[in-house]
Ligand binder design. Structure first.
Ligand SMILES: Cc1cc2cn([C@H]3C[C@H](O)[C@@H](CO)O3)c(=O)nc2[nH]1
Length: 224
């Protein structure tokens, strides 16, 4: 049996574009008591001492991207470091997608000044060197930009309504380069790809496929 604060649970990072169904995917695993689910702390980003950093960032990216990404990274590190009493931990996104998808994109777009990017990159490298971060499997919810762009409009999260398709397409390419093409950044764990274009009714079969992979790998790790 795992001890009370199981610092090294089998850790799964759930990655994917905006609207790719990450939260829905995590909710599917609520049925298992041996899995801790850590969803993206969007509510913390929408209300830090009354400030909606997510809204500020979307409304004036040049002014707020640095502040927003600095806080996102802190909340991600907090999630990575959270001890769990269960043998398996599922996290929505990670310090890796923070750096390799969102911060990378904002630097390439010029939304982040090179000096701001340098600071965020140094923080990322420092954390990688100094703080042990567990990643045993990445579940990549692979989508088509046009499909998730429609979902974002249907979901109608107010801050995201002006997100253009081009932004979704650029984020998609960065996820593909990171997790599939492996062209520009280290991939910290094996990747299990899920076709997340499927709508809710069909996607349960896809989840079951990942369930088997996750639980089998988790058993292997836990039984070691
Ligand atoms: C790690 C990380 C997650 C994350 C989410 N976001 C945005 C995309 C969505 O609109 C919203 C919730 O994921 O926050 C971001 O701009 N930068 C991020 N970095």
């Amino acid at each position: 049996k795992m001890n009370a604060s199981n610092l090294k649970p089998f850790t799964v990072l759930v990655e994917g574009n905006i609207g790719s169904g990450k939260t829905t995917f995590l909710e599917h695993f609520q049925q298992f008591e041996d899995i801790t689910l850590l969803t993206e702390p969007v509510e913390e980003w929408r209300n830090l001492k009354g400030w909606n950093l997510l809204d500020l960032m979307y409304k004036d990216p040049a002014k707020w991207a640095m502040t927003f990404q600095a806080y996102v990274s802190m909340t991600m590190l907090d999630m990575h470091r959270r001890p769990t009493s269960t043998p398996v931990k599922l996290m929505e996104r990670s310090l890796y997608s923070a750096r390799y998808c969102f911060v990378e994109h904002m630097m390439r777009q010029g939304t982040l000044h090179p000096a701001q990017f340098a600071v965020l990159d140094e923080w990322f490298r420092f954390i990688q060197r100094e703080i042990p971060i567990e990643a045993d499997l990445i579940v990549y919810l692979k989508t088509t930009p046009s499909v998730v762009h429609e979902r974002i409009k249907r979901r109608a999260r107010s801050e995201e309504q002006c997100v253009p398709l081009s932004y979704i397409e650029e984020l998609h390419k960065l996820h593909e380069d990171w997790l599939v093409n492996r062209t520009f950044a280290e991939c910290p764990a094996p990747v299990l790809m899920i076709d997340a274009d499927l709508d809710l009714t069909q996607i349960t079969e896809e989840y079951k496929k990942s369930e088997h992979q996750i639980l089998r790998r988790a058993v292997d790790v836990v039984m070691q």
